[in-house]
Each structure stands twice: as structure tokens, then as C-alpha cells.
Design a protein around this ligand. Structure first.
Ligand code: ZN
Length: 319
């Protein structure tokens, strides 16, 4: 969390969720109108609720695109991946109701209860539903040790009995989850937090990106190491996948990824310029404008600009 002192309220917002202050978004976000929301569908929708829609990305692969404005049961994106010998759920979502709903969809779509749950990072909107993941059985829960410890330390009411069962993912080398006729490759990364992971699939080539990638929503740099974030995203993009499941926002393709990388670079440029001009992050954030072509992007909170530029200024060091 860095060396800032947070008020309790701020701390709860930051630690509980990388998608706090959702209510503010409506005021700044015409993109989230129902018509435009529906227009972002890339694949057939197999289930639709107030909190999001489940898109069928390929044989045995479904991605949840959460709609944070209407209902916060799930809040983040995630997915279901099925193979002959198991069913993996990506993320534990924001609430027990949200994760239970995903477990039920997994059972309905695949004919079996989830066997694994993989957490991409510790933020509360991805882990708040940990108790709900056991609704239909006792899946293996996979997370890096850093993620597990941060959930325990920072997220109010984290279920210690479930966290004690977490199977540690390697933080140096990729881990394979073998589902018989399909393998998932879990790749340790960092940048959005000190410990993120992505999940890569082949045929079709799909990457579940966690919050390293945001689409049509400005990313939250609250725990970010910005240079690492950009590097991680460039490495993900280098895999040239056909579909990227971002942590928030509609499903992305390579064009959307290039736009996102352009945005990350634009934020870096703004931060370097602010340092040259002796500005504070607050001043630079107040005058920051999204690059051309990203006018339809939105943000959970206007303070995200200041936070992103401030994260870069911290990393670069102000003279
Ligand atoms: Zn996050």
C-alpha cells in the first residue's frame, strides 16, 4: 500500500476493492448505457443477470463480463474452463452470491461442480466471494502465497478456514493445470499488484488477464508498479491471443490490447511531463485527458487519473 497514511474509509475502499466508488461512474460514463453495453458482446451469451453476462468464448470456455453499474454481486470479470477431468473457475468475485452463481453456472454448463478456483490477485472484488466457491463442493483453491497473505491481511472478513486450504502457485515459473484434454498455463506476473497471475489457454487462444488488463475502463493503479504493469501487458500481448478477458470491461482482441498499451504509455508520458514541470500528481491528474480514440472509455472514479500519474511519479522519483 506504500507509505501513505490512509483514513479508515479510504483504506477500506482501497483494500476491499480495486473497483471502489462504482456509483460515481454513471455520471462520467455515457458508455455504460444499456444499448452500448449490449453492443460490446463478442460471443453468444449463455446467461445474463443484472451483474453481468456469461459469453461462450469457445468449446468449454466461458467468460463473465461483469456490469458493475447495475449490481455488484460479481463486480470483476472471470470465467469457467472445462476439460475432461475438471472444471476451473477463474476468480472468486466480489460476493458469496456472485461466486455461488458462477459455481452453479459451471455445474449447469459442464455437468459437474467446479474442481479448481484460481485467484488472479488479492483485491476484494476478485476474492470477496471466497466462501461462496464451496457452495457445490470442495474445489482446490489456487493462489500465490503473496495473494493469499494479502487477502488475509487486508480484506475485512476474509475466511481464514478457506484461505488455509489455498494451494500455493509458483511465483517464478508457470504452473500447468492439467484437465485431461486441455491444459491451463498459470503465469506468475506483477504490475497491477505485487503478485498477479494470468491464465493462458490454447485452441482457441484465450488469456484471462486479471486486472493487468482493463478494457474501456481506465485502470486502477492503487497498488501498481507502473513499469512492471506496462511490461506485463506487453508480454501478454506478445502471445497474440485471439481473445483477452480483462479484469474489468468487455472482452478484448489485439486491437483493444494495442489501444490499452497506448493508454498506459500516455499515462507514463503525462507523469514524466508533470515531473519536468514541477507539478503535483493532483494537478497533473486534474488536467489529464484520455488520448484520442478513447473518448468512450470510463473510470470507476475520477481520482484514478491522479492515482495513475502519482504511481508513475513515485516510481520515477521526483527531483
Ligand atoms: Zn485489482
Amino acid at each position: 500500500m506504500g507509505d501513505r497514511t490512509y483514513s479508515r474509509r479510504e483504506f477500506v475502499c482501497h483494500s476491499a476493492s480495486c473497483a471502489a466508488h462504482v456509483g460515481l461512474m454513471a455520471a462520467v460514463a455515457p458508455f455504460w448505457s444499456r444499448t452500448l453495453w449490449a453492443a460490446q458482446e463478442r460471443f453468444p451469451v449463455v446467461a445474463s443477470e443484472a451483474w453481468g453476462r456469461l459469453e461462450r468464448v469457445g468449446e468449454g470456455i466461458w467468460a463473465l463480463v461483469s456490469d458493475p453499474l447495475r449490481d455488484r454481486a460479481t463486480l470483476c470479470n472471470g470465467g469457467i474452463i472445462a476439460g475432461r477431468s475438471g472444471v476451473v473457475i477463474v476468480e472468486a468475485f466480489a460476493s458469496d452470491a456472485g461466486s455461488r452463481w458462477m459455481a452453479e453456472r459451471a455445474a449447469e454448463l459442464t455437468g459437474r461442480a467446479p474442481t479448481h478456483v484460481v485467484l488472479t490477485h488479492y483485491h476484494g472484488d476478485h476474492t470477496g466471494g471466497l466462501s461462496g466457491v464451496t457452495a457445490l463442493g470442495s474445489p482446490e483453491i489456487l493462489a500465490t502465497p503473496v495473494t493469499r497473505d494479502l487477502v488475509m491481511e487486508r480484506n475485512q472478513g476474509a475466511p481464514s478456514a478457506i484461505l488455509d486450504r489455498v494451494q500455493p502457485l509458483d511465483t517464478i515459473r508457470p504452473t500447468e493445470i492439467d484437465l485431461g484434454d486441455r491444459s491451463l498455463i498459470v503465469v506468475p506476473r506483477r504490475g497491477h499488484t505485487n503478485s498477479d497471475i494470468t491464465i493462458q489457454l490454447l485452441d482457441p487462444s484465450v488469456v484471462f488477464c486479471g486486472d493487468l488488463v482493463w478494457n474501456r475502463m481506465f485502470p486502477n493503479y492503487v497498488d501498481a508498479t507502473p513499469s512492471r504493469l506496462t511490461q506485463a501487458v506487453q508480454l501478454i500481448r506478445a502471445g497474440d491471443a485471439s481473445t483477452y478477458v480483462p479484469g474489468h470491461g468487455p472482452l478484448a482482441d489485439n486491437t483493444a490490447m494495442d489501444r490499452y498499451i497506448g493508454l498506459l504509455q500516455d499515462v507514463e508520458t503525462a507523469a514524466r511531463r508533470a515531473i519536468e514541470r514541477g507539478m503535483t500528481a493532483q494537478e497533473a491528474g486534474a488536467e489529464y485527458r484520455l488520448p484520442a480514440g478513447l473518448q468512450e472509455w470510463t473510470l470507476f472514479n475520477p481520482v484514478y487519473f491522479e492515482r495513475a500519474i502519482g504511481a508513475w511519479m513515485n516510481e520515477l522519483g521526483t527531483p
